[in-house]
Design a protein around this ligand. Sequence first.
Ligand code: DC
Length: 218
Amino acid sequence: MIIAIDGPAGAGKSTVAKIIAKKLGFLYIDTGAMYRAITLKALENGIDIKDTQKITEAASASTIDLINNPDSSLKVLLDSRDVSLEIRQPRITQFVSDIAKIKSVREVMLKMQRKLGHQVNAVLDGRDIGTVVFPDAKKKFYIDADFKERVNRRHKELKDLDQGITVESVSLDLSNRDTIDSTRECAPLKKADDAIFIDTTNLTIEEVAEKVLGYIHG
Ligand code: DC
């Protein structure tokens, strides 16, 4: 069984997806982490981010493993190396949307994501899970929140990693990524027609998780 959770950054998708996956005993697949891992590889190998062919070759030659830790955190292995922390760095966040808009890279990721999801019961979060990767997912959710609230949440999260990060820089990054992710030609961020929409602006994570579980069991 596949559960798809899509939406923009900072809406609360990944936290909710982790809670749901743990409660149901499903595998949690963070597809954004996969795009981040490929971005890290491209930057480490000195590939020009406009060189779509080289980036696609690097993606095709990569193995990405997602390991669900017992404490609900996620370990991301790129070619067997633990990159869980590196992929969250601002330099990765800065370039990931540009790499995720490359059609041929998305084709490689699509195959990897389908292979991972087909093996087990899974909760996947991303931007195109309900629309493209698993259009037949048993349950689909589109999770969103007001822009200001998303910025505040992301800022709070990132402050633990980088004390100097400002609300303005987070706001700029989110608005930039929202634009690239939702206007790209290939698999743009959008709600699937049959997805359940949840506005998380005034809800706690526990309330969102409860709502999602209610729809899954209902
Ligand atoms: O969820 P995240 O912020 O870690 O995702 C990083 C980027 O990857 C995001 O800006 C858009 C892209 N992405 C995507 O295009 N499709 C997905 N299924 C998941 C993420």
